[in-house]
Ligand binder design. Structure first.
Ligand code: BDR
Ligand code: CA
Length: 313
């Protein structure tokens, strides 16, 4: 089987970085066409910088990196330096990137790629706010039917929220964009906090990264060392949740995850619950299912896969 073509839409972020590294470590299964950057964890100039730092860490300066939307569709940008540090990638000391940012806008790259490639052959993997994807769908509705699948990190049902009591960060930052994407009609698989809060970098898992003996292993250990302090203090959890890599792990080994095909609506009106993902997990509404909403992960299997792949870089 040929490698699956994907575009990762991202706001790195340490966990975004691990997702990108996992994709780059898996060329037999994943053909990474490009990284499209969006404002989210930190402002756009930093996410576009961090994405290139990660490509260079993996010795892949050939991966095209595009800057996209610098603010949500209808709201002021909310960032998460309190989680990810001032740079968004605090932890390891990594060199400034020398590879160039592409001239094209990320939204143009998304539209052009989906129009150029055969219908049903490109998977979108959004792991930040959905601004770039929704802007592309709004500007070029013809591309929606050409998407093979959207595998995104965002939302929560049982875990409810992390940036507000009711909402997960990626969806909260741009709820209008999320509503457009969830209503677009493309097949969607969601990795919510319900899953990602089980993918915790415990001390032995972090030690296993560090022991890989390559620069990537040390950098990933230092990244998770940095960003675990937030979740340890807040949730009392055993380590940093690797939210975004769950999307790539799903592409590689879908059997690691279980969930339900249900209706998911996005709250865009109430300031109190703005960006809440109202997932009809118990199927009580009769609303048509529009997303595969994951609920659990085999965490040991996930870390075995991740560690084995990172060793290849
Ligand atoms: C999501 O928000 C960001 O802080 C992470 O990178 C992840 O994409 C988790 O809520
Ligand atoms: Ca992210």
């Amino acid at each position: 089987m040929s490698a699956r073509k994907i575009i990762i839409d991202t706001d790195p972020g340490q966990d975004d970085a691990v997702a990108i590294l996992l994709a780059l470590a898996s060329p037999d299964e994943i053909d990474l066409l490009g990284l499209t950057c969006v404002a989210g964890n930190v402002p756009l100039p930093l996410t576009a910088r961090n994405a290139r730092i990660v490509c260079e860490l993996a010795n892949r300066p050939d991966v095209p990196v595009f800057a996209g939307c610098d603010r949500p569709m209808g709201r002021a940008l909310v960032t998460a330096e309190h989680v990810h540090g001032k740079s968004g990638l605090d932890g390891p000391a990594l060199p400034e990137p020398t590879m160039p940012l592409q001239d094209a806008h990320a939204v143009d790259f998304l539209i052009d790629t989906l129009r150029r490639e055969a219908p049903g052959t490109v998977t979108l993997v959004p792991i930040g706010p959905l601004t770039n994807i929704a802007t592309a769908f709004t500007r070029a509705p013809d591309i929606v039917g050409r998407v093979h699948e959207i595998v995104l990190m965002g939302g929560a049902y049982f875990q409810v929220g992390n940036i507000t009591p009711a909402a997960e960060f990626n969806i909260h930052v741009d709820p209008q964009a999320a509503a457009i994407v969830f209503r677009a009609g493309a097949p969607i698989t969601v990795m919510p906090l319900d899953v990602t809060h089980r993918a915790l970098v415990t001390r032995p898992r972090n030690d296993a990264f560090r022991a890989l003996g390559n620069a990537v292993g040390v950098a990933v250990a230092e990244m998770t060392d940095f960003f675990e302090r937030f979740d340890r203090e807040k949730y009392g959890s055993d380590g940093a949740p690797l939210h975004d890599p769950c999307t790539i792990a799903y592409l590689l080994e879908p059997a690691l995850f279980t969930g339900r095909h249900v209706n998911v609506e996005i709250e865009t009106a109430s300031e109190l619950t703005m960006g809440m993902t109202v997932a009809d997990w118990w199927r009580v509404t009769g609303r048509a299912p529009n997303a595969m909403f994951m609920g659990d992960v085999n965490a040991d299997g996930f870390f075995t896969l991740l560690t084995e792949r990172l060793a290849r870089l």
